[in-house]
Design a protein around this ligand. Structure first.
Ligand SMILES: Cc1cc2nc3c(=O)[nH]c(=O)nc-3n(C[C@H](O)[C@H](O)[C@H](O)COP(=O)(O)O)c2cc1C
Length: 389
């Protein structure tokens, strides 16, 4: 692909759909389709946010922030620190499994670390072939490997061999670095090496996080492999989910920033799948906006909020989650980092919640997290306030 040049997708039955059906059957909500995964987002989707979002419902599985593997065997405490769910059977408090993501280019070292990780009880191991960060790519990590499908294959194979057969090993990739000419080779290498699932973030490395996402390109990849594919990128609304499924041919979706901006997004998609919220999707004003109207949280600035946008979770409930978030942040972060973390979430919430947009506008220059909390909540929350929803 020359970044966005059109190419007709071709369709054929998705073998993933068989497993989708099985997953959906076990899905908690009314979802007849299910298969909604929460994206790994380093520095954003930590255990606290995973807990809060999975409590809302609709998410079938999470992937942890990446654990960077260079040339050493990490001690177990590093995995426990980054993925505290490992101490709770590899699940969030709401019972949603968390797969642990590794990032690196040294197949042998990744395999050794995966073997250690396997003893800590994760739901599975995921491999990162999509991170666009220069610091990571410079050391041949993440998306930098998309020009080297043979190495990608060796990594997946080594990790697959290093962990017990019952433990799922999956991968996540972008379409390529500067073009998608080797996307098919990468996907085939991942499949041949024994991965059980591949998430495709439908952008190139050079796109960073700029919209749009090229969902139709995932459909062309489905021609080349049989392993279950999961579509990812720019899913902010129920309507986006519908279009992404239609264009990619994938039933299963991974939600990233959209689920942070609207913690009820997964639940709303499941409700729509069950037939309940189709009407809401039709009247959703956001549905008429292009993905470009909602800019990414990274790189380019964040777009203004969308007034009146229908959301999966009403603001009053989001505010409860925010209170909980604030309480936990207060316990886990140094005072000087707390305001930034609150504002980081508000910055995404404002894309879907006008109330968050207003709060963000008022508080963006405020650095005292206590002042921010007082203004947001009218008091200083001291303990978790919201139970499972
Ligand atoms: C702040 C941030 C951190 C990310 N960290 C990771 C990561 O650790 N591992 C990974 O595979 N992808 C990572 N990603 C990419 C996301 O998982 C996802 O592919 C991307 O955001 C596109 O989905 P979205 O448009 O729904 O957000 C990150 C994205 C963001 C915005």
């Amino acid at each position: 692909m020359k970044a966005g040049a059109p190419e007709p997708p071709a369709g054929r039955p998705d073998p993933a759909e068989a497993s989708d059906t099985a997953h959906a059957a076990g899905s908690a909500a009314a979802g007849r389709r299910g298969g909604l995964l929460l994206a790994p987002m380093e520095g954003l989707m930590d255990a606290t946010l995973r807990d809060l979002i999975t409590r809302v419902g609709g998410v079938e599985r999470c992937v942890s922030e990446f654990v960077r593997i260079t040339d050493t065997l990490l001690p177990a405490r590093v995995f426990h620190r980054m993925v505290p769910e490992l101490r709770q059977g590899g699940r969030t408090p709401a019972g949603v499994p968390v797969r642990v993501q590794l990032l690196g280019s040294d197949a042998a070292c990744l395999a050794d670390n995966a073997a250690l990780l396997a003893t800590l009880g994760p739901e599975g191991v995921d491999l990162n072939f999509g991170c666009p960060a220069r610091t990571v790519n410079r050391h041949r990590g993440g998306a930098a490997l998309l020009d080297e499908p043979e190495l990608i294959g060796r990594i997946v194979e080594a990790v697959r061999r290093a962990v017990p057969a019952h433990l799922p090993v999956s991968a996540k990739m972008r379409l390529g670095l500067r073009d998608d000419r080797r996307a098919r080779d990468c996907a085939q290498a991942i499949e041949a090496a024994g991965a059980c699932e591949l998430v495709v973030h439908a952008r190139l490395q050079v796109h960073g996080y700029r919209p749009p996402a090229y969902w139709d390109r995932i459909a062309t990849l489905r021609e080349a492999v049989c392993l279950p594919l999961v579509a990812n990128g720019e899913i902010w609304t129920v309507e986006d989910a519908r279009r992404c499924r239609a264009e990619s041919g994938c039933e299963r979706l991974m939600l990233g920033r959209g689920a942070v901006a609207d913690p009820g997004l997964a639940r709303a998609i499941l409700a729509a799948d069950a037939g309940g919220a189709d009407a809401a999707a039709e009247t959703d004003p956001v549905a008429d906006l292009t993905a470009a109207d909602l800019t990414a949280s990274q790189g380019a600035g964040v777009a203004d909020a969308v007034p009146g946008a229908a959301v999966g979770l009403p603001w009053t409930q989001v505010l409860g989650l925010l209170e909980d978030f604030w309480s936990r942040t207060t316990h886990s972060l140094e005072p000087r980092h707390r305001a930034g973390r609150l504002k980081q979430w508000l910055q995404l919430l404002r894309l879907r919640h006008p109330e968050a947009a207003q709060a963000y506008a008022e508080l963006r220059t405020e650095h005292d997290s206590r002042v921010i909390a007082l203004r947001l909540f009218g008091h200083l929350p001291t303990r978790p306030s919201v139970g499972p929803g």
